[in-house]
Design a protein around this ligand. Structure first.
Ligand code: SAM
Length: 231
């Protein structure tokens, strides 16, 4: 595939509609209590209140449904959940803390947030530190001229692979036919991961996400891949 590498431009924090006072408070008061700071990226396990047995990362958690379900189901795993969209970050935080508890409500000990571009974190983390990576219903960028913005990309595979332990699982789901075909093509032309064909039913242990629910409701068929980092 003759493709230009994706641009190094960072997404940075993105804002949708104007934030309400409660959302401002969640970002100003609660987010810093859970945030993985840049200087902690070199030793992410040490950033959790208690060192987790395994380290997981989610790219683009959206409303946070999947991230919250995973940390509840797997208390021994530490999850770093990444999202650039402020409304998404507020949505996850609002499920965690009641109104008025922004500064004081107890927070899950096995969750940290990276409110920025996940690619920056992947590059800053130590080699082979991740046991699992989630990329669920990434922005599809269906137009060919935007292909370079897709997260599954030949130029990003070595960055993803570097951060994963041998044998670690990279879960990818997409409901977009263009993106599905793209994933198949990209993964057929690499040797960093074992890439079996996708499931078409949500596999056990894959909590649902908001985008998945929307896709199913609108009659699109999600594909669920489980790629394994080769040793
Ligand atoms: C289509 S939504 C899917 C959200 C969620 N995973 C779901 O299934 O409901 C994709 C999300 O990924 C986020 N995103 C895209 N690129 C990102 C990046 N490089 N780092 C962190 N988040 C990213 C977007 O802001 C958006 O909220």
């Amino acid at each position: 595939m003759a493709l230009k590498p994706p641009p190094e431009r960072l997404y940075g924090r993105a804002r949708g509609h104007k934030l309400r006072p409660r959302q401002e408070r969640l970002l100003q008061v609660t987010l810093p209590r859970l945030q993985l700071r840049s200087e902690q990226a070199a030793d992410p396990l040490a950033a959790f209140p208690a060192r987790p047995a395994a380290l997981w990362l989610e790219v683009g958690f959206g409303g946070g449904e999947h991230a919250l379900a995973q940390i509840a189901a797997h208390p021994a795993s530490g999850l770093i959940a990444c999202e650039v969209f402020e409304n998404g970050i507020c949505s996850l935080l609002s499920r965690l803390v009641p109104e008025g508890g922004e500064a004081t409500a107890p927070l899950p000990p096995n969750l940290l947030l990276w409110p920025d571009d996940a690619r920056v974190l992947l590059r800053a983390m130590p080699e082979q530190c991740l046991d699992r990576l989630f990329l669920l219903f990434p922005d599809p960028w269906p137009k060919a001229r935007h292909a370079k913005r897709r997260f599954v990309h030949p130029a990003l595979l070595p960055v993803v692979a570097r951060a994963l332990k041998p044998g670690a699982e990279w879960r990818v789901a997409s409901d977009d036919p263009t993106y599905q075909a793209w994933v198949v093509e990209v993964m057929a032309n690499q040797d960093l991961f074992d890439a079996p064909p996708p499931a078409t039913e949500s596999p056990p242990g894959w909590p649902p996400t908001r985008y998945e629910a929307k896709a199913l409701q609108e009659g699109r068929q999600p594909h669920y891949w489980s790629f394994i980092r080769r040793g």
